[in-house]
Every structure is written in C-alpha cells, then in structure tokens.
Design a protein around this ligand. Structure first.
Ligand code: ADP
Ligand code: MG
Length: 375
C-alpha cells in the first residue's frame, strides 16, 4: 500500500488523549508535526501536550469531522472507537490505518475468528452468545477456562476465571451483561509480546521480543530482550497475521507460552502498547517514533536496535502512593508520569524504565521497592 508522505510541520489528529496519545504526540512534536487531540476528558494526559484540543465524545461524528478538517492525517490511541464511524471518516480523510483492524480486533470473537483464518496458533475457544452456551464451553474446554466479554475489555476487566462450578454464577452474570467468548485457561510459563510497525510499501520494523509479567491481569513489568527462544516463531505468527489483516503503524501481538514452551497468540492491540514503552529509552527508535514515521509516510528504520537491555515497571495509583518519596532518589529510574488527575489504586499513572547490563539484578532491586505493594 502507498499513501501520502506528509511534510514536517503537517498536523496529526489523534483520537484519544490518554498516555498513549501523549507519548505519540511527544514523538510527533520532536519531528516537527503539530498535534490535535480529541478526548471527552478535559483533564486527560494529552491536554497538556496537544497544540489544540477537541473536547468531545469518541462517537461525536461532527467533532471527528472537525478533527479531520483540521489535520493532515488521523490516527488513534485505542481500539474502542466505532468502526462504522471510522469507515465513514476513512472515505473522507487521510487515515492510512484504515478501519479493518479496528473492526476485527475490537471484538474478541471476530479477533479469534480472524486469527484462526490466518492460521495463527491460538487457544481453543467457544462463542458464548447465551448463558446456555456455558454448558458447551464446560464440555469442550473443561475447567479451568476464562470467560471474556466480546467488547470493551482491558487490563483484565470483563473477564472471569471459571475454575469450577463455584464460578459459574459470576460467568453467567457476565454473559447476561454482554455476549462473551470462553477460552481454555493456560498454565503459563511466560507471556511475551512483539511490537511491530508497518509503513508505506509494506516496510516492516520489528521491536525485540518483550517478556511480560502481569499481576491481577494488569501488566506489571516488561523485560527486554525476553529470556525466551521464541522470537523467530513469534515473528512467523506475526507474518501470518499481517498477511490476513491490513495494518499500518505500530501494533503489538501478545503471546502465551505454556510449560512445554508452546507459543499461542493471545490478542492483538492495533496501536502502541504498554509492553513497548521501554523502547523510548532502550531502543534507537521508540514504538511511538516508528508509529508517527509510518502514518506520515516516512521511511522506517530497517531495524530497531536495542541500545541497552531494560526493565520497565508500570506505576499504578498504589505504586505512586508507595514510592512517592523514592522517585527523586533514583536517577536510574527513567520515570514517566502521565498527568492523570485522579489517582486510583489500579489505574496506570505512569511507568519507569531502567537500562542495565544485568537485567536479573535490576529486576531484583526493583522488586524490593514494589514489595510493599498491596495486591
Ligand atoms: P486484556 O485485554 O485485559 O489485556 P487479556 O486477554 O490479554 O485481556 O488478559 C489479560 C491477562 O490475563 C493476560 O495477559 C494473562 O496474564 C491473563 N490471561 C488471560 N487469558 C488467559 C488464559 N486463557 N490463560 C492464562 N492466562 C490468561
Ligand atoms: Mg492483553
């Protein structure tokens, strides 16, 4: 695919003004682009970095068109925008990412079906349109299995782990709220992810395989390079997916690895991803830099080089409470604070990245600081 190459000084419109939008905007500004952000929250992190701010709901089509009129390209920082509205905008404005990836990936069911069609290796799953379908899930998947809402889930929200009969009521309540999918629960050895950027003429840039640890289904830390021999296989899975789904810009594929070192695709985020944040300091291009290069039609770097191994830790509200007095004592912590006005225990408020030649030691030291964390 080929699309417009924008001149520096052009204006980028970002739908969504959270931390991902903010870090995108910062990369864009470094390169001399202007940024206009649309977000319903006047106090969102982007408010303080955008050249212009449109305060509107994500499905306010007039506001979206206002964004299109005022900018040279539109991108988005999250996937839960209306695919049909995006389709309407794609016909009028320059949106190289298109609407297909959003349409397929914002629904866990069509995401799984697309992955299946692409021949990617995924866990057995079952569609749960009605509560009665739980019986089939029980039969075909066996305990334990996960029930996940089709739409709108993030950071483990909209998920129930069904270990046995005792959890069926909670799963039933979730299905009554929204159609779901059930998937086999895997005894995990590791989780890894691969962040990739695709640009004009199918140029492709791979970030190194990232090793992720979650706590309460929220990303806790990322270590790079991953201590795993699955990088090549992960890239092959990504190729199967990109042969099937049209991607432009930065996206991330999350993987599970089981105890026998088998790799499964978990899900895809069609945007920059939390597990790629380390790249801001640890690589010669960040996932936000390559995203901006891609959507503005510039040439992508041929390879992304890791300048130094890194450990990235997320800072939730509870971590800020715990570590408030420590930040100033640790210049080795590259600390990012997103600027969210309301602090909640499980809300992502920032992250920190430590560059190190001894990842194991850095990890151990950091874990000591996070030890008092109340999970
Ligand atoms: P989200 O959209 O919230 O990131 P995920 O499906 O990635 O949803 O689930 C969040 C986390 O929950 C995963 O990264 C993993 O740690 C855990 N998890 C989810 N599904 C499974 C599963 N089938 N088996 C084992 N762990 C799982
Ligand atoms: Mg996930």
């Amino acid at each position: 695919m080929n699309f417009n190459k924008l001149k520096f000084g052009s204006t980028i419109g970002i739908i969504g003004g959270g931390q991902l939008g903010k870090m995108m905007a910062q990369s864009a500004q470094k390169m001399g682009f202007k940024v206009i952000v649309l977000d319903p929250d006047k106090e969102c992190p982007c408010q303080h970095v955008a050249h212009q701010f449109i305060n509107a709901e994500y499905d306010d089509i007039d506001a979206l068109k206002q964004l299109g009129e005022a900018t040279d390209v539109i991108t988005y920082e999250f996937e839960n925008i209306s695919a049909s509205q995006l389709k309407e905008l794609v016909n009028i404005y320059n949106i190289p990412q298109g609407y297909q990836a959003i349409e397929l990936l914002q629904d866990r069911l069509t995401e799984k079906q697309s992955l299946e069609q692409a021949g990617a290796h995924i866990l057995p799953y079952k569609q749960l349109s009605r509560v009665e379908d739980l019986d089939k899930a029980k039969e075909q998947l066996g305990y334990p299995f996960m029930v996940k809402t089709r739409f709108g889930g993030y950071d483990g929200k909209g998920q129930v782990l069904v270990k046995g009969e005792q959890d069926l009521q909670e799963a039933t309540e979730l299905i009554e709220q929204q159609e779901c999918v059930a998937e086999q629960f895997l005894n995990l050895d590791k989780e890894v992810s691969l962040t990739v950027t695709i640009g004009n003429d199918n140029q492709i840039a791979y970030f190194p395989l990232q090793e992720n640890e979650h706590q309460n289904q929220i990303l806790f830390k990322t270590v790079v390079p991953a201590r795993s021999n699955k990088e090549e296989e992960a890239r092959k899975e990504v190729t199967k997916i990109t042969d099937h789904i049209h991607f432009i810009g930065t996206f991330t594929v999350e993987f599970f690895i089981d105890k026998s070192n088998k790799l499964y695709v978990n899900e895809i985020a069609p945007r920059p991803h939390n597990s790629g944040h380390y790249s801001i300091e640890a690589c010669d291009y960040s996932q936000f830099d390559t995203h901006i290069l891609a959507i503005t039609g510039q040439r992508l770097p041929q390879a992304i080089n890791v300048l130094k191994p890194a450990v990235m830790m997320n800072l939730l509200g509870r971590d800020l409470d715990l570590l408030e007095d420590e930040f100033g004592n640790h210049p080795e912590w590259h600390t990012h604070i997103y600027g969210k006005t309301t602090r909640k225990p499980d809300r992502k408020m920032g992250h920190l990245t430590v560059l190190t030649n001894d990842v194991d030691q850095a990890e151990e030291e950091l874990l000591n600081y996070f030890k008092g964390r109340n999970n």
